[in-house]
Design a binder for this molecule. Structure first.
Ligand code: NFE
Ligand code: MG
Length: 504
C-alpha cells in the first residue's frame, strides 16, 4: 500500500515550494512539485519603458537579483545594438561573480548544511568562542521550549542520522556562523561596482554606470582575497567532509541525466567566449546549445495561455482554478526534453568541453579524493560538489578580472531605444540557465518573458506527461521512515530551488 507524504512548505528555501511524494515499500514511486504562488512580473512589465526592466526584474528575487538584472540588460543590449566597453564587461562579471559567491555560500551553509550537520551538537560545546557559547545557550533554550520544530529553519525538522562526530559538527557550525560574515562581505564587494546589493543600481544597457578608480580596485581586491581563503579553507573541505560522511548520496537523486547551460561570464566583447560555456549534455555526450529549441508547456500549470510556445512568443494568462493544473510554474523543455540546469550542468559542460584546465583539475582532484567517477556527479552530492567547485572557479577569476580594469577608461557606450525591436538575454543565475525575452512596441515593452532556473528544475509535468527534473530526481529515492522523509528534502535541496524566481 502506498502512502502520500507532503512536505509543504519545504523550509529554508526561497518561496513556497510544496513537494508531494507517493511512497511504497520505502521508496518514492511518484512525485509532484508545486510552486504555490503567482507573482506576475511578466504582466507588470507590459507597457512600461524598456529601461525600467533591469530594475523591476531584479525584484523577482532577493538572492539572484543581479542575474535578472544581467539577463535584462543583455536582452536590451541585443535590442538596441549596444556593446559595453571592456571595463563595462569586466565590471558586470565582477558584480555577478560577487553574487555567485554570496549565493553558493548561502546555499551550502544556510539552506542545506543543517540537513547533514547536527546543530544540537553545539550543546556539548565546552570551548571559549563567545559566538558559539551564545549559540549553545540559544539552542538549549529552543530545545527546551515548545517551539514547533517544523516551523523553525534552524532546528532539526526530522529525526534522522546527521554527522555523528561532535568535533566535526561544531566546526561546521562555526563555519555556518563565519558564512554569515562572508555573505555580507560578498555583498559589500559586489556593491563596490554595483552601487548597492542585492539590487544593483549600476547595471544598464551598454555597460555599467560606475566608474573605475584605483581605490575601488583595491577595495574589491582585499575582499575577494578573504572570500577565496574562506572558499579554500572552509567551503571546499566542508563539502568534502559531508561527501565522505554521506557517500550514499552520490547514488541518490540522479534525476533526468540531461544537463543544459546557456553559459555565463563573457570573456570577449562579442560574448562568444565565456568562463562557463554553453552546452547540452544528453546520454553523457556534449552537444551544442540552440536557443530556438526552448519551449514552455502549460498543461499542468495554472495558465490558460497556449502551450508549447517559444518564450519569444510566450504568454502569461493566469487561470488559478484550472482543471488538472498543480503548479504556478510553467514547464520549460529543450527539444521537448526535460533538462536539469545549475552549477552541475555548467561544471559538467565545461568539464566535457575540456578547455578550462582549472575546472578539469578541480573536478578530477575531487573525484580522485572521494574515489568517484564523473557520472557519480549526477547526484545529490555531485550538485553540492559542483557548486563548491564553481564558487572557487568564479572567485579565482574575479581576482584576475579586477586586475584587468583600467581606471579612467569608459565603462559605458551610449545607445538609442528603437521604436520597435526584440532581444534575448541568455545568462546563468547561480541556480542555472536564465533567459529574458524582450519585445519593444512603440518604444514600450510589448512582451517580456522570463524562464528562470528553478522553472526548469522544479517544473510540473509537460504536455507529454513527463515529470520535471526534481520530480524525476525524487522518483526511486529510498525513504527509510515516511514520517521523517529527510532523504527527499536532501534530494530537493541539492537543486537549490527558488520558487520566487521560478514563478516570477
Ligand atoms: Ni531566486 Fe534565481 C537563481 C533565478 S532561481 S534565486 O539563481 O533566476 O530560479
Ligand atoms: Mg516566464
Amino acid at each position: 500500500m502506498s502512502r502520500t507524504v507532503s512536505i509543504d512548505p519545504i523550509t529554508r528555501i526561497e518561496g513556497h515550494l510544496a513537494i508531494h511524494i507517493e511512497i511504497d515499500s520505502n521508496r518514492v514511486i511518484n512525485a509532484f512539485s508545486s510552486g504555490e504562488m503567482f507573482r506576475g512580473f511578466e504582466v507588470i512589465l507590459k507597457g512600461r519603458d524598456p529601461l525600467d526592466a533591469q530594475q523591476i526584474t531584479q525584484r523577482i528575487c532577493g538572492v539572484c537579483s543581479v542575474s535578472h538584472g544581467s539577463a535584462s540588460i543583455l536582452a536590451q543590449d541585443a535590442a538596441y545594438g549596444a556593446t559595453p566597453p571592456k571595463n563595462g564587461r569586466l565590471i558586470r562579471n565582477l558584480i555577478l561573480g560577487a553574487n555567485y559567491i554570496q549565493s553558493h555560500i548561502l546555499h551550502f551553509y544556510h539552506l542545506a548544511s543543517l540537513d547533514f550537520v547536527d546543530i544540537t551538537a553545539i550543546t556539548k560545546y565546552t570551548g571559549r568562542d563567545p559566538l558559539l557559547r551564545d549559540l549553545k545557550r540559544w539552542i538549549k533554550d529552543q530545545m527546551s521550549s515548545n517551539v514547533i520544530y517544523s516551523a523553525a529553519p534552524f532546528l532539526p525538522r526530522y529525526s534522522a542520522k546527521y554527522i555523528q562526530n561532535t568535533e566535526l559538527n561544531v566546526l561546521a557550525i562555526k563555519h555556518y556562523l563565519d558564512a554569515l560574515d562572508m555573505r555580507s562581505l560578498a555583498h559589500k564587494m559586489g556593491a563596490v561596482f554595483g552601487g548597492k546589493l542585492p539590487h544593483a543600481a549600476t547595471l544598464v544597457p551598454g555597460g555599467v554606470t560606475e566608474k573605475v578608480t584605483a581605490d575601488k580596485i583595491a577595495a574589491y581586491k582585499s575582499m575577494i582575497s578573504k572570500l577565496q581563503t574562506f572558499i579554500d579553507k572552509s567551503y571546499l573541505p566542508d563539502v568534502a567532509e559531508v561527501a565522505a560522511a554521506f557517500s550514499k548520496y552520490f547514488r541518490m537523486g540522479k534525476g533526468c541525466g540531461n544537463l543544459l547551460a546557456y553559459g555565463v561570464f563573457p570573456e570577449s566583447a562579442d560574448n562568444s567566449v565565456k568562463l562557463l560555456p554553453s552546452g547540452v549534455v544528453t546520454g553523457g555526450k556534449l552537444i551544442s546549445f540552440d536557443a530556438t529549441r526552448i519551449t514552455e508547456d502549460v498543461r499542468y500549470s495554472r495558465y490558460s495561455s497556449s502551450s508549447g510556445l517559444h518564450p519569444s512568443q510566450g504568454q502569461t494568462v493566469p487561470e488559478p482554478h484550472k482543471n488538472g493544473a498543480y503548479s504556478w510554474l510553467k514547464a520549460p523543455r529543450y527539444n521537448e526534453t526535460v533538462m536539469e540546469v545549475g552549477p552541475l550542468a555548467r561544471i559538467m559542460v565545461a568539464y566535457l568541453k575540456g578547455e578550462n584546465q582549472a575546472i578539469k583539475d578541480l573536478v578530477n582532484g575531487l573525484l580522485a579524493k572521494l574515489r568517484r567517477k564523473p557520472e557519480d556527479l549526477l547526484s545529490v552530492l555531485g550538485r553540492h560538489a559542483a557548486r563548491a567547485i564553481e564558487c572557487k572557479v568564479v572567485a579565482d577569476r574575479c581576482a584576475e578580472w579586477v586586475e584587468e580594469l583600467i581606471p579612467g577608461e569608459p565603462t559605458f557606450h551610449d545607445f538609442n531605444i528603437p521604436e520597435t525591436g526584440e532581444g534575448v538575454g541568455l545568462t546563468e543565475a547561480p541556480r542555472g540557465a536564465l533567459g529574458h525575452w524582450l519585445k519593444i512596441d512603440n518604444y514600450k515593452i510589448g512582451r517580456y518573458q522570463c524562464v528562470a532556473p528553478t522553472t526548469w528544475n522544479c517544473s510540473p509535468r509537460d504536455d507529454n506527461g513527463n515529470r520535471g527534473a526534481v520530480e524525476q530526481a525524487l522518483t526511486g529515492t529510498p525513504i527509510a521512515d515516511s514520517k521523517n522523509p529527510i532523504e527527499a528534502t536532501r534530494v530537493v535541496r541539492s537543486f537549490d530551488p527558488c520558487i520566487a524566481c521560478a514563478v516570477h
